[in-house]
Design a protein. Structure first.
Length: 596
């Protein structure tokens, strides 16, 4: 075949291939154009909708900016931000309630009938907790230091070396020496903590008398500023040795003081009386007692009576109010609508409206100074100046040192003032002639203590109270005490015999996470002052203020307690159901006793 014929056939083949490629490209172009047109039509529709939304958003933004420039950003945005945060808080509360109910259900399924006082030792032995108590080693405390200190004290005591005992005792008087006061150590078993810790505490208690050279109790737990040497002595046991006196002064400073702090809580304040009787029966009632609102009533009752007078009181105490029972809910609501409050402050101060427990003894002991002189206890009552709304005036702590002539009934009434319940009052004091007169103070009109329900820092600064027993019965606070690892004398049930989590680790983790989220929302409201500018006082402080003491006791609040929260006191038979605290406070008494 000629060469030119081959070239012609190749050219024809290439031409056909080129035409096919061109046709394929045209088809692809047509498909691309069709798809692009479809996409563009959809995009135009979507962009059209987006443009409408953007225009509406832009218009709303312009309106908000103009209003913010006119009225101020805080005024315009406060309500939307507050509503958003409150919505999140409500959602958290619903979740928290569900988690707590689930934990209760799990505990109910695992629970077994127990009588703490009679069966604690047997129960600990049956479920392995007695072995934990007997085991010396633990990561929760310095067991080597505790064991060595107990041995040295025992040796010095047996040898009668008073100088060595005083030298060894001083380090033992510091707070939480060797970690023996760690909370979890008292939550693992029902009958008590480690035997090694109990042995150390018993050895310290047995060594003080040989060190002091006396068989009697030489240091009276009473804060008396008028005493010399900073220590109050029993007359017939004052030490003759200067070294012993110096040791006791140093020990008093190192050991510090204890305080009983009673929160508010309306009729749930009856719980405080059970705590009071439990501590008194064990000889552990502190000399410094602080109270707020309902807690102020019980605190004043305790500080106006000696130990013998308190011992003679029955299990229900003086909590009977025959006059108050005639007051119906209808009358309370009528007074609320007509006068803006349910109770009259003068009736409350006079003892005819829910405060009979206090006024039966304060008729003869009218001031904090008189109460201190009679019982030797320091009464502290907290309240908030009404003018602190926006002016930053701190809460007041009334006692025989700062306000010695303050009228106790007036101070308790001021502490109990709550919007809608009791109107704010003027503090009264006793003049030189014994007549009542307004307190010479710029912020005399007072409101109940919203900001300092548990004045731990004030007690530490004023009286050196480094160990506090807090009885917390406020329903808005006590309901959030879940005690995920158990509490003293009441360990959690579960598979981990050395310290189970309530309801299991997962439920406890969810409970803690929700509670921390609630605190975060409340802190946001507080720092942006979303509530204080609207209501005149910071409501978030009711939850964010410090609430935990060295020991915190909370009641098992039931629905019936909440329905009768602001009612007057009832029949003794009904009161007996509302004073279970003496029994429930006994397990933590072991922890408190190790300190005292």
């Amino acid at each position: 075949m000629p060469l030119w014929a081959v070239d012609d056939s190749l050219a024809a083949q290439l031409t056909r291939n080129a035409r096919q490629i061109v046709q394929l490209l045209k088809d692809i172009q047509v498909d691309i154009v069709r798809h692009v047109r479809t996409a563009l039509s959809l995009k135009i529709t979507v962009v059209g909708v987006s443009v409408d939304g953007l225009m509406a958003l832009l218009g709303a933004t312009v309106i908000v900016v103009v209003l913010c420039r006119w009225q101020g950003t805080s005024r315009m945005l406060r309500w939307p931000i507050l509503l958003l945060i409150l919505t999140n808080i409500v959602a958290d509360l619903v979740g928290y309630l569900a988690v707590r109910c689930t934990i209760k259900l799990v505990e109910w399924l695992l629970a077994r009938a127990t009588s703490w006082e009679a069966q604690a030792e047997a129960l600990d032995a049956s479920d392995g907790r007695a072995a934990w108590r007997a085991r010396l080693e633990s990561e929760l405390y310095d067991w080597r230091h505790a064991q060595a200190t107990a041995q040295r004290l025992r040796q010095a005591r047996e040898e009668g070396d008073a100088a060595a005992l005083m030298r060894l005792l001083l380090p033992c008087l510091k707070p939480n020496v060797a970690g023996v006061q760690e909370y979890e150590l008292y939550c693992r078993a029902r009958a008590g903590t480690k035997h090694a810790i109990s042995a150390l505490i018993e050895e310290v208690a047995a060594s003080d008398r040989p060190a002091l050279g006396t068989e009697g109790r030489t240091l009276v737990h009473r804060l008396a500023l008028e005493t010399t040497e900073g220590v109050c002595w029993i007359a017939d046991t004052r030490p003759t040795s200067p070294d012993t006196a110096a040791f006791l002064r140093t020990a008093h400073v190192a050991f510090g003081n204890e305080a009983l702090v009673l929160s508010g809580g309306a009729t749930l304040g009856i719980y405080h009386y059970g705590v009071l009787k439990a501590l008194l029966s064990e000889g552990l009632l502190p000399a410094v007692i602080s109270g707020t609102s309902a807690g102020a009533v019980v605190a004043a009752m305790a500080c106006c009576r000696t130990d013998d007078e308190l011992q003679r009181m029955g299990s229900e105490g003086p909590f009977t109010d025959s006059e108050g029972r005639a007051d119906t809910v209808g009358r309370q609501l009528w007074r609320l609508l007509r006068h803006g409050r349910m109770y009259d402050a003068e009736q409350f101060r006079g003892g005819t409206s829910g405060a009979q427990a206090l006024w039966t003894c304060s008729k003869t002991l009218e001031s904090c100074e008189q109460a201190y002189g009679h019982s030797g206890r320091t009464l502290n009552i907290t309240c908030t100046p009404l003018k602190s709304r926006g002016n930053g005036a701190p809460p007041l702590m009334l006692n025989h040192i700062d306000t010695p002539h303050i009228d106790i009934a007036s101070a308790v009434t001021a502490s109990a003032c709550v919007p809608g319940l009791i109107e704010p009052v003027v503090l009264l004091e006793r003049g030189p002639d014994g007549a009542l007169r307004p307190l010479d103070h710029l912020d005399a009109r007072l409101l109940g203590s919203f900001e300092s329900d548990v004045p731990l820092k004030q007690l530490l600064g004023a009286f050196g109270c480094c160990f506090t027993i807090v009885s917390q019965v406020n329903p808005h606070i006590a309901c959030f005490y879940a005690h995920p690892c158990g509490r003293p004398g009441r360990p959690s049930a579960g598979r981990d015999r050395t310290g189970a989590w309530r309801g299991g680790f997962l439920l406890s983790a969810i409970e803690v996470a929700i509670k921390e989220d609630l605190r975060r929302h409340l802190r946001t409201i507080q720092r942006l002052r979303l509530m204080s500018d609207l209501t005149g006082f910071d409501l978030t402080q009711m939850w964010l203020q410090e609430q935990d003491g060295s020991v915190t006791l909370t009641p098992a609040i039931q629905l019936g307690d909440l329905t009768a929260l602001i009612s007057n006191l009832e029949e003794p038979a009904q009161l007996s159901r509302r004073i279970p605290a003496r029994r429930s406070a006994r397990p933590p008494v072991k922890w408190t006793g190790n300190r005292s």
